[in-house]
Design a protein around this ligand. Sequence first.
Ligand code: GLN
Length: 287
Amino acid sequence: MRQDPVRTQLTIAQALEQASRRLRDQMQPRLEAEVLLAHVLGKARSHLHAWPESLLDADQYRRFDRLVDQRVQGQPVAYLTGRREFWSLDLEVTAATLIPRPETELLVEQTLALVPAGARSVIADLGTGSGAIALALAHERPGWQLIASDRSADCLAVAAANRSRFALPNLLLVRGDWCEPLADDSLDALVSNPPYIPCQDPHLRQGDVAREPRAALSAGDDGLDAIRTLVATAPRVLKPGAWILLEHGLDQGEAVRNLMKDGAFTEISTIRDLAGLERVTRARAAL
Ligand code: GLN
């Protein structure tokens, strides 16, 4: 039996314990309960650890209880709080955007390693979603000009909100499909975390992924439709010798390398993520 929140005031510790039990089917019930309660209270999680005996008022409890209900029904925590951390930036996300993943930080790391830090380089992040990759790069390299594109106006609105949160004047947002909005020979690097999951993959129906926008996740029978478009159209917009860096699925490295070889790219190599899986393939446009 659930306790009546109005008659029985709960402490932070009790509310967390109760919620952790209700979230027992999730991978990290306690952590999720803490993230949701901290969100309701407008505090950091450390506040919960510092004040376990403090009482929740009826409104706080009601809001927390509702979020836990929605989580039990499968709504991702990031959509419930409207936040997800990426590259140490606390980003706004909505159900219109993919939830930024830790493995995508590899794209940021690789771009920072390959493109000279001092140069006034122009870098595009295509299919930017919440803006995660472009924001991380713009934040790390104030001297670079970032261009982030998306064909979804809803995603661009989220990216724009994030741009203002971090006051990044070196990030331009443009609407359009992949390379379409970009000028010829304009980029020093093109990065993208495009959709790459095969459209029949059962993974698309599981967990948080099932609630994310399908267009951000999946592209064609083999998952490679967006990557094929990017590899085919990138040479027009890349300067000679410029880099392309694409995230892809763990079993797509060879296919992506082959597409790049056919596209006359050079210095093609695939980088593994922290889990040891092939995750990012990079190459240079011919000189
Ligand atoms: N890496 C994500 C996943 O497997 C997919 C992200 C994407 O398609 N770009 O859930």
